[in-house]
Ligand binder design. Structure first.
Ligand code: TNX
Length: 527
């Protein structure tokens, strides 16, 4: 039976992996999976003759002293049960027996930090060690990829369920690894969001940004202004029914994400991209009259009223919205948009940002904004999200000299709504075409001119949804580009496209088994 232990017991039976003979001998199919992990781990050593097999009797041992480790154990069991048909009980057991899969909190190499892990696979057992539950969760995602591809099936498949023997030590390169979904242009229900979260989690991304309000829709319940959702949530691009998240829905999303170590970032875009708010709240308009709802795809035509007579009412609106969002947000960030405010005079825009970004701080959160906000020289706590299409931008360089931190979402590299080629059916092309090799072939650490790598927190891949209608569309745009970006933001930068594309190819059968739609790029040697 499997063993459970908390930190000390785990350390006691730690193997000296450096002393273990490393494989050069023939590799089993199971060992091939060790070389196919995406994103690539920091170090992988295989040990031939040490393959582990999951059986109907395998128990997943999770730290008896931590309910959270127990929960990660349950998550892992939940991944492995459908295809294997095994019971895979998760339970706390004593610290002396040593078979099965064992999750240990503590005792991992200090190098793995707060999100990394160590994985040891021998014939007897799989031991996953991390310093935090988040690290164990990341390790569980790796272990998932060590099983044959049909582990991803939702129905019972034939084994054997063998994992290659070896040792993996792994930790991320950047702290912020994210995806954004625009739920304003088209609305997606809670179930679709959960799938999206699962897709991010699979590749060790740890932030999900929801673009909750734009010209076409307001998608989050705000008690102070019920008309925002009643009116502003009632349609979407193309004139469909739209929708919105109640606070209970949103809390369910936040909780689902948290169980996958993903921080949710809510965005209300302002002072432009606000037609849905203007259509719902007449006092935000200079003539105190609401414009009609908007179901097209233009940008840059709307703005909160900036005149003196409306300053108080707009400020109160912003304050109420930020306060209610902060109450719904356990994570550190509230995103206030700020992009493409083409209908707001520049001086008014700067004054607006100078008044508004501090409201986020007032409610105990850190402000984020599209990099346009740098025009207002915000303080260096504010995180700027760079969405330009070239590495050089003078406003960015100046902000970097002041110590600003950046999240990179360069539109020509990371925008998941850009087409792959002119021939692919969904998406736009204003920032360029992004084939999977383009998404892969760059280095976030050195990308932005004049921004030292220590001022780059990471990468986020936004999916704008003017042309995206459902989960299958979302998946087609994410796969295979999201794993490419995930590798750039997690793995050491030494990996090359020629080697990555082979690893990426091995993911294809996993997506097929998991019923994930994807673009079968001709750049990838799919099996
Ligand atoms: C630009 S990039 C936008 C969005 C659009 C997107 C479409 C940015 C911060 N704003 O409003 O949806 O292009 O690709």
């Amino acid at each position: 039976m499997a063993t459970i232990a908390c930190s000390d017991a785990g350390t006691a039976d730690r193997e000296d992996s450096a002393a273990t003979a490393l494989s050069s001998q023939k590799t089993s199919a199971a060992q091939a999976n060790l070389r196919n992990i995406v994103p690539a781990p920091v170090s992988v050593q295989s040990r031939s003759g040490q393959d582990f097999s999951l059986t109907a009797h395998t128990v997943i041992g999770a730290g008896a002293c931590s309910a959270e480790v127990q929960r990660v154990g349950e998550y892992l069991a939940g991944l492995l049960r459908p295809a294997t048909g095994f019971a895979l009980r998760v339970r706390p057991v004593d610290a002396t027996a040593h078979t099965g899969i064992v999750l240990l909190l503590g005792g991992a190499n200090a190098q793995v930090g707060t999100e990394g892990y160590e994985l040891d696979v021998t014939t007897e057992r799989v031991i996953l060690r991390a310093n935090t539950p988040a690290g164990l969760f990341a390790g569980a995602q790796t272990l998932r990829q060590l099983f044959p591809a049909n582990i991803e099936s939702s129905t019972r498949q034939n084994g054997p369920w063998t994992v290659g023997g070896g040792h993996i030590l792994d930790f991320p390169k950047f702290e912020f690894r994210g995806g954004m979904l625009d739920v304003s242009r088209h609305f997606f229900g809670v179930d679709t969001i959960k799938h999206y979260i699962d897709h991010l989690a699979r590749y060790k991304l740890n932030h999900m940004h929801l673009h909750l309000a734009d010209d076409q829709g307001w998608r989050i319940q705000i008690d102070a202004y019920p008309q925002l959702t009643a009116i502003g949530g009632s349609t979407e691009v193309g004139g469909g029914a739209g929708g919105f998240y109640t606070k209970a829905d949103y809390t369910e999303i936040v909780k689902y994400a948290a169980a996958r170590y993903i921080t949710v970032i809510p965005e209300i875009d302002m002072p432009g991209h606000v037609n849905a708010a203007l259509a719902s709240v007449p006092e935000l308009n200079c003539n105190n009259q609401s414009p009609p709802l908007y179901t097209g795809v233009d940008v840059g035509f709307s703005s909160f009223c900036m005149d003196d007579a409306h300053r108080a009412v707009v400020s109160k609106f912003v304050d109420d919205v930020v306060r209610e969002l902060a109450e719904l947000t356990p994570g550190p960030y509230i995103h206030l948009g700020g992009d493409e405010a083409h209908s707001t005079p520049v001086a008014d825009y700067i004054a607006f940002e100078q008044r508004t970004l501090p409201v986020v701080e007032k409610y105990g959160k850190t402000a984020m904004g599209w990099h346009d906000i740098l025009k207002s020289t915000p303080d260096t706590r504010t995180l700027a999200q760079y969405w330009g299409t070239t590495p050089t931008d003078s406003t960015v360089e100046q902000a970097a000299k002041r110590g600003a931190k950046f999240l990179i979402s360069a539109a020509n590299l990371t925008y998941m709504d850009m087409k792959y080629t002119e021939a692919t059916p969904l998406g736009q092309d204003w920032a360029g075409l992004i084939e999977v090799q383009d998404a892969y072939n760059w280095d976030p650490a050195t990308y932005l001119t004049g921004v030292p790598s220590k001022q780059v927190v990471g990468v986020e891949a936004p999916l704008w949804t003017e042309t995206i209608l459902n989960l299958a569309n979302i998946e087609f745009m994410l796969f295979p580009r999201i794993p490419a970006l995930a590798e750039r933001v997690w793995s050491p930068s030494t990996h090359t496209w020629d080697e990555f594309k082979v690893r990426l190819a091995s993911q294809g059968p996993r997506w097929k088994n998991a019923n994930i739609d994807f673009y079968a790029s001709p750049q990838v040697p799919w099996p």
